[in-house]
Design a protein around this ligand. Structure first.
Ligand code: PEP
Ligand code: CO
Length: 478
């Protein structure tokens, strides 16, 4: 297994550039640029993922479906960071575990597509077949920009670098300070329930910190790293192997992919004998693997054997995305297969309740949406099944946006309807949870896990209150 052994295998979702020489020039420039993250940071994440695998921390991985270069601006980066911090605070409060935060950010530019081309209608009514939009680092959304352009790989690098630079400086400037959670933008949340619950949590944190100060146990606002700053890691789908490969650097410990702290293997590119699996097995970074309905229990163990032969705890996060209708039939067998293998206790189970639940909007079939009820259902099923199988849900993987008033998924405490979708439908790929819907989900998980922690079998009254209008009749409580 060498750095380039993936090149000998079949590459799914491959991008064909017409100007090979141009691609080579770009790749050699990328090769000379510094990594976007460091092996030390990646090792810190590896340690934290081992903690997640052991049940000593909870994973929150979230961000856009398709990040665009134009999202690299202070407003949108801050909005996503604040929302992630809020959600992690809500989770920490209920779960009483540290939360490992990983953004789908600073590099989530490439998208796998089910079809290489699509038919579009021009303003004059003429229909034309064009290449599908594959994400900002491949081609542009505009009809005259669909030809893959190698220059976009460089642009992806520099937009990732600028995004990361802003994330790092925002966090190190004290905005993530736990002494001031009120500053994390809760004011525009309309739901009275969410407002009340959030005030309850922040009041209790501020009270606790006050108490610690009174008894002399508060290490002080500016001396304590634990209270005044947080770790925030970045991730994206490891789809463009040329890009990942030139940003992979050898160290004494082995090759580290310095394009992000962690990357995941998509549901469409996880063939056991394919180039992506070959590349993923060669890097030291923690990795994610999407596990969908087409994954057999046997192949799940085979892929784990391939990418984690040294049985490293927390190296692999299994990001399950079956869909609300299928999870009951599929997850138990996958959990049992892992339990009966050498990988028992080593993987992190993470629920992605988004990708198995994408539907066409009943009102406007040309736009994609997701029902909040389906998202909640897949999550609650996942929590329940893990409890029944004596396994543990270690985290969640969500597509969300911090941008105000987005209307892409139907339901939630704002009670968005199908008619509302057209109001602020901004995604260029999959529909994302908006601010309120994301907080709804964080409160729900936090409450379920708190009930589990306290040994209360039933879903607490609080969840029923928050989600009364969203939980499907037939669904049992976890
Ligand atoms: C995604 O995470 O945006 C994605 C395309 O997911 P999946 O590979 O699970 O379909
Ligand atoms: Co998506």
């Amino acid at each position: 297994m060498g750095k380039d052994s993936w090149r000998e295998k079949r590459i799914e979702q491959d991008v064909k550039y017409t100007d090979e020489a141009h691609l080579k020039r770009v790749l050699s420039q990328l090769e000379s640029l510094p990594g976007l993250v460091t092996p030390v940071e990646i090792d810190r994440l590896r340690e934290q993922m081992a903690q997640v695998a052991d049940g000593n921390a909870f994973l929150l991985q979230c961000g856009d479906c398709a990040e665009l270069f134009s999202y690299c601006n202070p407003k949108q980066i801050e909005a996503k960071l604040k929302l992630t911090l809020l959600m992690s605070l809500i989770l920490i409060h209920g779960v009483r575990l540290p939360v490992v935060r990983i953004g789908r950010m600073a590099g989530q530019y490439a998208k796998p597509r089910s079809k290489p081309t699509e038919v579009v209608e021009l303003p004059n009514g003429e229909k034309r077949t064009v290449l599908s939009f594959r994400g900002d680092n491949v081609n542009g959304l505009g009809l005259d920009e669909r030809e893959p352009d190698p220059e976009r790989l460089l642009s992806a690098y520099f937009h990732s670098a600028a995004t990361l630079n802003y994330v790092r400086s925002w966090i190190s400037s004290g905005y993530a300070d736990l002494h001031a959670p009120h500053a994390w933008s809760f004011h525009h949340v309309q739901s009275e329930y969410l407002q009340r619950e959030f005030t309850r949590i922040t009041d209790s944190i501020v009270d606790t910190l006050d108490f610690m100060k009174t008894v002399g146990a508060d290490p002080g606002r500016h001396n304590s790293n634990a209270l005044s700053t947080v770790d925030y890691f970045v991730s994206h789908e490891g789809l463009m192997l040329e890009y990942e490969s030139v940003l992979t650097r050898d160290t004494e410990q082995g090759p580290y992919d310095l394009s992000a702290h962690t990357i995941w293997l998509g549901d469409r590119t996880r063939q056991l004998d394919g180039a992506h699996v070959e590349f993923f097995r060669s890097i030291r970074n923690p990795i994610g693997i999407k596990v969908g309905p087409s994954m057999s229990a046997e192949d799940l163990i085979r892929i784990l054997d391939i990418v984690n032969p040294n049985l490293e705890k927390g190296r692999v996060t299994l990001i399950s995305r079956y869909g609300a209708k299928k999870i009951n039939d599929l997850l138990p067998a996958h959990i049992r297969a892992v339990k009966n293998s050498r990988h028992n206790g080593l993987v992190i189970w993470c629920c992605d309740p988004m990708h198995g639940n994408t539907i066409s909007s009943p009102l406007n079939p040309s736009i994609k949406t997701r029902m909040f009820t389906d998202i909640v259902k897949e999550l609650t099923c996942s929590l329940r099944i893990h409890a029944e199988e004596e396994s543990r849900l270690g985290g969640v993987h969500l597509e969300l946006t911090g941008d105000e008033g987005v209307t892409e998924c139907i339901g939630g405490s704002m009670e968005l309807s199908d008619e509302d979708l057209s109001r602020r439908y901004l995604t260029y790929c999959d529909p994302r949870l908006n601010y309120e819907q994301s907080l709804d989900i964080a409160f729900m998980i936090s409450e379920v896990l708190r009930a589990q922690r306290k040994g209360t079998a039933a879903v607490s009254d609080t969840i029923v209150k928050v989600l009364a209008h969203t939980i499907d009749d037939g669904e049992e409580s976890p």
